[in-house]
Design a protein around this ligand. Structure first.
Ligand code: GDD
Ligand code: MG
Length: 422
């Protein structure tokens, strides 16, 4: 891959937010003898060997909730072979056992590709028992099962990645129409880790474009509604604390992102779709040296937290899930900024006004805080690993590195309608 060096960065304590990096070539060839693109060059080359080396240490978590099987399969097609794939599904099991169908389709795919894919259900009681045994109860609901939500699935996936010994963990949504885009995202994660290495590194993708049909022709929109909002308010937050207005943040809602497993274990998470915006808020709370008190604040300040932002080239096309969904996502994202101790009163007012203007909040109503999960490094990993591995073996899996279906599927035949849809 040939990729631009970041031209600028914002530094807040131990946090570095690098400016958006453009990709010039998706494949820049293998290692060559001639030196090209050293640390001081404007454009850097990452050889296919270097990308491959990182991919072989990476797990890719694919969160799924009731997506079409063809889309999930296309996403798996795009993930480079040496990544361990961890599918965390929260699809319904009744009246039609969607999870069973997903397992069937994925097992079939693995037969042809010999890819390593782990498939788990978010409501698997064995995983919930492992969380409980490890002393991490917050993620469990009143039925003692893992709560619903994309972030909750990501948390499960990150732990499984750690359990499998992977150094990096990345995320790709399962409703992506283009396998080529998925492949590009994973290569960009690898390139980001190569170019800005750190134990605490994160790579976030900003889509180059999102195709839409406008007046009967294709229009390649740049920003989604949700990211436009999150980016603007995150930049105001950063600007407030540096004293300089900035546009550095372009990936406030990056569903497609990756981080070192060490960093994934050390950060707090916000529930559901607030998760990605809260990454920025929380990293600033914990590592920017602005807050002087609070749990974890000031720890590990000597470790550099590097956030790379890479602009992908493929258009991003995914399922359209409606206006209400987008509005909820905006409010959830902004809530993490609004309720942060870092947020000044003036910014809180701006957020309130914005949500009122769009009729999301009525005058006098308060923006609800999001549920926050404390970092995973406070749990007893040995207990979690021992309990979940025992459950995986009991369900017929042999080790964490072979295709595993930890939840025993019930044998439900697909209805004709299901088959037609997929
Ligand atoms: N395991 C699990 N559990 N997966 C879930 C759940 C859940 O409860 N809810 C949703 N997912 C899966 C979906 O199947 C999809 O693959 C992915 O999470 C993202 O969900 P979408 O519902 O498709 O979200 P979106 O496309 O509107 O938003 C995406 O892009 C935003 C940036 O524009 C998400 O990735 C957001 O987190 C991101 O901010
Ligand atoms: Mg989507």
């Amino acid at each position: 891959m040939r990729i631009e060096s970041p031209r600028e960065f914002e530094r807040l304590g131990a946090v570095r937010i690098y400016g958006l990096q453009k990709v010039y070539e998706l494949d820049a060839g293998p290692e060559s003898g001639s030196p090209e693109g050293g640390e001081d060059s404007v454009v850097r080359r990452v050889s296919s060997e270097a990308l491959h080396e990182i991919e072989s240490q990476m797990a890719i978590v694919v969160p799924v909730r009731n997506e079409r099987l063809k889309l999930i399969e296309g996403v798996l097609v795009g993930i480079p072979h040496d990544c361990l794939v961890i599918v965390v599904s929260n699809s319904p099991r009744a009246p039609v056992d969607k999870f069973f169908l997903e397992q069937e389709a994925i097992n079939n795919f693995c037969r042809f590709t010999r890819k390593q894919v782990m498939v788990v259900h978010q409501k698997d009681p064995a995983i919930a028992a492992a969380f409980s045994a490890a002393g991490y109860h917050d993620i469990l609901d009143d039925k003692e099962l893992v709560r619903n939500g994309k972030a909750e699935g990501m948390i499960m996936g990150s732990l499984l990645a750690k359990m499998a010994g992977r150094k990096y963990v990345g995320f790709v949504d399962s409703d992506n129409y283009f396998p080529g885009a998925v492949n590009e995202y994973v290569k960009e994660y690898a390139a980001g880790f190569c170019l800005n290495p750190s134990d605490y590194a994160m790579v976030r993708i900003s889509w180059h474009s999102k195709p839409k049909v406008v007046e009967n022709s294709l229009y390649f929109a740049k920003w989604g509604r949700s990211s436009r909002h999150s980016n603007m308010f995150l930049n105001k937050l950063v600007g407030h604390h540096t004293g300089f207005e900035t546009e550095i943040v372009k990936t406030g809602n990056a569903g497609e992102h990756a981080l070192t497993t060490d960093l994934a274990m050390s950060i707090d998470y916000a529930t559901g779709y607030a998760v990605e915006t809260f990454h920025y808020v929380h990293l600033l709370e914990k590592y920017a040296g602005i807050l002087t008190e609070g749990e974890g604040v000031g720890e590990d300040m000597h470790r550099m937290v590097k956030i790379s932002q890479i602009e992908s080239r493929n258009p991003h096309l995914h399922e359209v899930k409606g206006d209400e969904h987008v509005e909820d996502m905006i409010a959830a994202s902004l809530s993490t900024i609004y309720h942060s101790k870092l947020c000044p009163e003036s910014l809180r007012e701006e957020i309130e006004q914005d949500l009122q203007r769009r009729n999301y909040l009525k005058e006098g109503e308060q923006l609800a805080p999001m549920r926050i999960y404390k970092s995973l490094d406070r749990m007893n990993y040995d207990q979690f690993f021992a309990t979940s591995e025992a459950a995986i073996r009991a369900a017929g899996g042999t080790s964490l590195t072979v295709p595993v279906a930890s939840s025993k599927p019930s044998p439900v035949e697909p209805t004709p309608a299901e088959t037609a849809e997929d």
